[in-house]
Design a protein around this ligand. Structure first.
Ligand SMILES: Nc1ncnc2c1ncn2[C@@H]1O[C@H](COP(=O)(O)OP(=O)(O)OP(=O)(O)O)[C@@H](O)[C@H]1O
Length: 310
């Protein structure tokens, strides 16, 4: 676990390529006018991990995601993506970096006037020069990859359920076979079964394709089920990052309230561990979590609405 006071350098501290930082954020400050949202923030996103990003509403989780993606300007600091300082790349290099990253925005953000197939082809048209036949084949492969039926291709977003929209948006985010995908609250608005299915899909993509996932979420089930590591945004910085088990022991009122608050309920830690990547997280002893109790009480709602210790 690293907290803001003992932050590690981005590379070379841990064994193997699994710890390689594909994205490093250092000392990044973002402000809108005089309103400073992020202040000298540090964060690493490591290859092949699902990184969950949590923090109070309005703390800047989406702003950070948009800043990494180059959609918001930073005031100062360094963002290194795939080993390149984004301030020093030319247009062609920037485009090459963009192609290696996919994004699923909070509401799916599909074009309502385009079919699912056409939506998935939008990034292909923007970045690649492919024949219509090849684009159709590739888009249909993505539709299959995210678990949608083939006939979804011809449907418009208005004809899809919430879960199907998320999957179609994910298919579009995967259109260019990115190495990293950014997901902004991917399971919001889904029923628990739909959300669990979506979690499984993300975990599967990580495990089979080595996908790196940066996931802003308020969904504790997702955090427990598929996140290899969680970063907490607070006081305009990454307050702490670590595994769920490490965060449960982190002495901060907001973090404790988030995971152990008044609307607590049982989370099956063993089920969570089964679904998480075994190489990233050691599986605890059967029936016991790291706090030594049978299963962990967690709070689904208190966290995001609770003020962080300032
Ligand atoms: N383009 C913008 N111009 C001015 N202020 C902005 C802009 N974008 C975001 N903000 C402000 O930055 C702050 C952080 O917003 P952000 O959307 O990142 O929060 P969040 O942590 O993702 O919240 P939530 O969990 O509710 O989605 C908010 O106060 C928001 O009003």
């Amino acid at each position: 676990m690293t907290s803001k006071d003992n932050r590690q350098p981005s590379q070379g501290t841990d064994a193997g390529a699994a710890q390689e930082a594909v994205i490093s954020v250092r000392d990044v400050t973002v402000a809108f006018g005089r309103n400073v949202i992020l202040d000298k923030l540090d964060l690493d996103i490591r290859r092949g991990e699902v990184l969950g990003f949590i923090g109070p509403s309005g703390s800047g989780k989406s702003v950070l995601m948009r800043t990494i993606l180059g959609l918001n300007q930073k005031k100062s600091g360094l963002i290194d993506i795939f080993g390149q300082d984004v301030d020093k790349v030319n247009e062609r290099q920037k485009m090459a970096i963009d192609m290696r990253m996919g994004v699923l925005f909070q509401q799916g953000a599909l074009f309502s006037s385009l079919t699912v197939l056409e939506n998935i082809q939008v990034p292909m048209r923007e970045y690649l020069d492919l024949s219509p036949k090849l684009m159709n084949e590739l888009a249909r492969l993505k539709i299959d990859l995210v678990g949608l039926k083939p006939d979804t291709a011809e449907k418009y977003p208005s004809e899809l359920s919430g879960g199907m929209i998320k999957r179609a948006a994910l298919a579009r985010a995967l259109a260019l076979d990115p190495e990293v995908v950014f997901l902004d609250e991917p399971t919001s608005g889904l029923d628990p079964i739909g959300a669990a299915d979506f979690d499984d899909l993300i975990a599967n993509l990580r495990d089979t394709m080595g996908l790196t996932v940066y996931m802003v979420t308020h969904d504790l089930d997702s955090l427990f089920a598929i996140c290899d590591r969680i970063a907490v945004l607070g006081q305009k910085k990454v307050l702490v990052d670590g595994t769920v088990e490490e965060l449960l022991k982190f002495d901060d009122p907001w973090v404790q309230t988030y995971f152990n608050g008044k609307r607590a309920r049982q989370i099956d830690m063993n089920a969570a561990n089964r679904r998480r990547k075994s190489s990233a997280i050691p599986v605890e002893k059967k029936g016991t979590d790291l706090s030594g109790t049978e299963n962990q009480n967690t709070n689904l709602d208190a966290g995001p609405d609770t003020e962080l210790n300032q």
